[in-house]
Design a protein around this ligand. Structure first.
Ligand code: NAI
Length: 305
């Protein structure tokens, strides 16, 4: 069955260019009413103009869809609140939020100022939290919501020169982990996309042959599965050039060390067993780790839990 968003309202941040534009066009083509948000700055977050968002809205309308442009800066709670209020005035609900807006300020950590660190984490992490917070109560009241964070392999695995970006991009995964627990009872599902696509953000980084394969549309096909009615919850979907994979975080079983062995020397001695991947597990709540460790200790002391 084809995936549709009829009668649904979506906000896509940073949708004036690149991936966000592609997401907005595809959501609208499949029936969603779309708020095309973009403050219109350059790739470093400098400057601003409404024309990028408006151009995408014009494209959607020309194709027979419904969309409005919005120039809110995702880091500014008052501007985001105004965007949400205007969306509610016009369409009365918000089903989907795609936190996509982003900037780069790449430098080695040695050369990066704290201002550059904070600027980037502010757009990606605080911006995602600000927009999610602004729609949260609406989604709770509707008993329906789909939120997608935009992560990155830079955060999941690391990339030279991207301490600010990488920290923010794994930060949104932490935000996802908590929001999907808190949103579950109101059918709010939260997922993350780790894309790789040729956009202005990646200009000059790859040879033309690779660039031609890394289409935003191939990433958007994955994104659309994270925000429809049958979306998963808490999936990190990686997508690029038609390849689709999932990133998962596992914990090894580890070892238990008796009180007399709880020393750094013994921990180091046991590192191979601690890090052995056999029987590793994916946890759905932080408390599961605590219960595992308490369980080991309790069984050592013969305590019934
Ligand atoms: P892009 O630079 O083409 O688009 C980002 C858009 O966000 C721009 O239109 C920009 O004006 C807007 N924006 C920036 N700051 C904003 C703010 N404070 N408020 C509202 N809008 C703002 O970049 P691209 O490649 O399309 O990236 C989209 C998302 O995907 C970003 O979060 C990026 O970090 C992420 N990503 C992209 C990858 C890629 O290979 N292109 C790889 C991994 C992640």
């Amino acid at each position: 069955m084809s995936i549709r968003y009829d009668d649904q309202v979506a906000i896509v941040t940073g949708a004036g260019n690149g991936l966000g534009r592609s997401h907005a066009l595809a959501l609208a083509a499949r029936g969603a009413k779309v708020v095309v948000n973009d403050l219109g700055g350059d790739v470093h977050g400098v400057g601003g103009s409404a024309s990028a968002a408006q151009a995408v809205v014009d494209e959607i309308i020309a194709a027979g869809g419904e969309a409005i442009a919005n120039g809110a800066n995702v880091c500014k709670a008052d501007e985001v609140a105004d965007m949400v209020a205007k969306t509610m005035d016009k369409w009365g609900r918000i089903d989907i939020l795609i936190n996509n807006a982003g900037v780069l300020r790449d430098k080695s950590f040695a050369k990066m100022t704290l201002e550059e660190f904070n600027f980037v984490t502010n757009v990606h992490l605080t911006g995602s939290a600000t927009c999610s917070k602004a729609v949260w109560d609406i989604m709770r009241e509707q008993n329906y919501g789909r939120i997608v964070m935009t992560s990155s392999s830079s955060g999941i695995y690391g990339n030279f020169g991207q301490a600010n970006y990488g920290a923010a991009k794994l930060g949104v995964v932490g935000l996802m982990n908590v929001l999907c627990i808190e949103g579950a009872k109101n059918d709010i599902r939260v997922n993350a996309l780790a894309p790789t696509a040729a956009t202005r953000m990646t200009e000059g980084l790859m040879p033309q042959e690779a660039t031609d394969l890394l289409t935003p549309e191939s990433v958007t096909a994955g994104l659309l599965t994270l925000c429809d009615r049958d979306a998963p919850n808490r999936t990190i979907l990686c997508a690029g050039a038609g390849g689709y994979a999932a990133t998962k975080i596992y914990e090894t079983p580890g070892v238990y060390l008796a009180p007399e062995d709880q020393t750094p020397e013994k921990v180091r001695e046991n590192m191979a067993a601690i890090t052995a991947a056999d029987n590793q597990q994916e946890y759905m709540q932080g408390g599961q780790q605590t219960m595992k460790f308490v369980g080991y200790a309790a069984s050592h002391f013969g305590i019934k839990m």
